[in-house]
Design a protein around this ligand. Structure first.
Ligand SMILES: NC(=O)C1=CN([C@@H]2O[C@H](COP(=O)(O)OP(=O)(O)OC[C@H]3O[C@@H](n4cnc5c(N)ncnc54)[C@H](OP(=O)(O)O)[C@@H]3O)[C@@H](O)[C@H]2O)C=CC1
Ligand SMILES: O=C1CO[C@H](CO)[C@@H](O)[C@@H]1O
Length: 277
């Protein structure tokens, strides 16, 4: 029994539509990924976020096929890893990813990190533009780009990235970067939206959860949704995957939003973009 899709669609600046809430699969092994993706699609998910780095592109592709839902109704994101940056290297890495996925196109291809010490992200971006123009990638974007990286990229780019996927969670709210992205027509996507599970014990979140009779995860995901961000929570449990999808039937009020705004500490659960690659 397949549940109908639950997620609202957001229109990207290239005109393509993307489900606001999708499934993240970092640290899900290849075999598990196939079953989880199939189960998530049965539960109404229509979007999966993977990467070469996650070593589960084959499992994601298998799960999509096993779901029985037509390929064009599922949105698949993958990413070029730091070791594959550069024009020719990226084209080769993309072919490998596509082969592992067992697909003939990817919906969204991202530069995983700017890796500024390598200084190859502008060449990498040219490869993404080529993949976009030949139709093998529907939308192109970046991940972990700061304002400075984006400004440098935009100086030489023909196309503007449509998505910037960055860490956003209640301790790292990224107001300035989200505003910069929006001013440039770039949709912000929140990775580790649950702070890798760590923010779920926050007493403020727990209090708001009790008030709405929801779980802490649902409160945090609803906060992302109300901020207009794309969001990709990960879980290894189908029960939690279903729980994480039930965030479109209640609303946080102004007092809740202002309490969550007060949780900003600047604490990252992942690395700073200048420190990777
Ligand atoms: N572009 C980038 O550089 C990055 C991208 N990402 C993407 O973002 C996705 C999400 O980020 P991720 O780092 O996985 O972390 P998340 O913030 O999604 O948190 C995942 C953790 O929260 C737990 N969890 C999930 N749902 C619930 C729930 N309802 N109740 C209690 N605990 C819950 C999971 O445990 P359990 O699995 O046991 O349920 C897991 O430990 C990744 O999977 C990946 O796709 C992530 C990091 C970097
Ligand atoms: O996508 C990712 C998952 O998490 C890793 C560890 O923090 C990151 O390096 C990577 O970007």
């Amino acid at each position: 029994m397949t549940t109908p899709p639950f997620s609202p669609l957001i229109t990207l600046s290239d005109g393509n539509e993307i489900q606001q809430l999708g499934l993240g699969v970092y640290k899900v092994d290849d075999v598990t990924a196939a079953g989880l993706v199939e189960g998530a699609i049965a539960a109404g998910y229509r979007r999966v976020d993977t990467a070469k780095l996650y070593y589960n592109e084959a499992g994601v592709g298998a799960g999509v096929r096993a779901s029985g839902i037509p390929r064009e109704e599922i949105f698949v994101t993958t990413k070029v890893w730091n070791d594959d940056q550069g024009y020719d290297e990226t084209l080769r890495a993309f072919d490998t990813s596509l082969g592992l996925l067992g697909m003939d196109y990817v919906d969204l291809y991202l530069i995983h990190w700017p890796a500024p010490a390598q200084d190859r992200y502008r060449d990498t971006w040219r490869a993404l533009e080529a993949l976009h123009s030949d139709g093998r990638v529907r939308s192109i974007g970046v991940s972990n780009f700061t304002e400075a990286h984006l400004e440098r990229l935009l100086d030489s780019a023909t196309e503007t990235p449509v998505v910037n996927q960055v860490e956003v969670q209640p301790w790292l709210q990224q107001d300035a970067l989200i505003a910069f992205n929006a001013a440039n027509g770039i949709q912000t996507e929140a990775w580790s939206p649950l702070g890798r599970g760590r923010v779920l014990d926050d007493p403020t979140i727990a209090r708001i959860a009790a008030k709405h009779e929801r779980s802490s995860a649902q409160i945090v995901l609803r906060w992302h949704v109300q901020r207009g961000l794309l969001v990709i929570p990960k879980s290894n449990s189908l029960e939690r995957i279903r729980e994480n999808s039930r965030v479109f039937d209640f609303e946080l009020d102004a007092a809740d939003l202002s309490e969550i705004a007060g949780l900003e500490t600047g604490e990252r659960t992942g690395s700073h973009p200048d420190a990777v690659g």
